[in-house]
Design a protein around this ligand. Structure first.
Ligand code: JBZ
Length: 231
């Protein structure tokens, strides 16, 4: 897989040089490149923003640098069926684990990370003529721009690329527990600051342990995330 990100703050993506993504790149399963949108401007001030038609507060990202950046990454013409262009946007579909699984099977992803009040809508329309486009949000809170959202998505996607995660069992276990929160877990020492590990976990009774864990998952989910149980 190849992932590109277009942003006025490409340095954000240095976070992806660490740990898990680092491993994916070491193994050549993933190539990642961040691009500075200002490199696609031509004026002295490297301008990427302008005032909105119709008025309103704040600035918008102007279309020309985006068009040049997309053409640089995709070539000047043609539709790329193997590519998804993701606009990080609070107006997008919410990113879920299922979204990560879908995107883990894509050959190429381009993240277009907006700042200010967003990007001129014609950039989205143009992108739709060049590749498959999705508008995606990581959740219902206000961010200053799409970079952190893109980093979240890249991490969630990259660990699902076959061969990336060290421990294949952890992916299998995750799929079994899909839809419930994890059970609480404990390690040594068995007693710490007057707090003891639940006795069943040290009993060696594997059936009892499995039941305790499933019950704990259901209890936790009811308590904290009843929406996951359809309630
Ligand atoms: C996102 C203008 O750029 C923004 C602003 C907020 C925002 C994003 C991009 S992406 N929020 C989200 O994923 O929720």
């Amino acid at each position: 897989m190849r992932i590109d990100a277009i942003s006025i703050f490409p340095d954000f993506f240095q976070a992806l040089d660490l740990s898990l993504l680092g491993k994916a790149r070491d193994k050549s399963l993933l190539e990642f490149h961040a691009h500075n949108l200002r490199n696609y401007t031509h004026d002295k001030h490297r301008t990427v923003d302008d005032t909105p038609y119709g008025g309103g507060a704040g600035m918008l990202m102007k279309p020309e640098p985006w068009g040049e950046a997309l053409d640089d990454l995709l070539g000047a013409e043609g539709f790329h069926e193997d590519t998804v262009i993701i606009f990080t946007s609070p107006a997008g579909e919410v990113f879920k684990q299922a979204t990560a699984h879908e995107l883990a099977n894509v050959k190429r992803i381009i993240f277009a990370c907006g700042r200010y009040e967003g990007i001129d809508q014609r950039v989205v329309e143009y992108a739709k003529t060049r590749a498959n486009v999705r508008l995606v949000s990581i959740g219902d809170y206000v961010l200053n721009g799409g970079e952190v959202a893109a980093i979240v998505m890249v991490e969630a996607i990259a660990r699902l690329i076959p061969g990336v995660i060290g421990n294949a069992e952890s992916l299998i276990e995750e799929s079994h527990t899909d839809g419930l929160l994890e059970y609480p877990s404990y390690t040594k020492p068995a007693s710490w600051r007057g707090l003891d590990v639940p006795e069943v976990l040290t009993s060696g009774n594997h059936a009892a342990i499995a039941k305790w864990r499933k019950d704990a998952q259901i209890e936790r989910t009811k308590d904290v995330r009843p929406d996951l149980l359809g309630e």
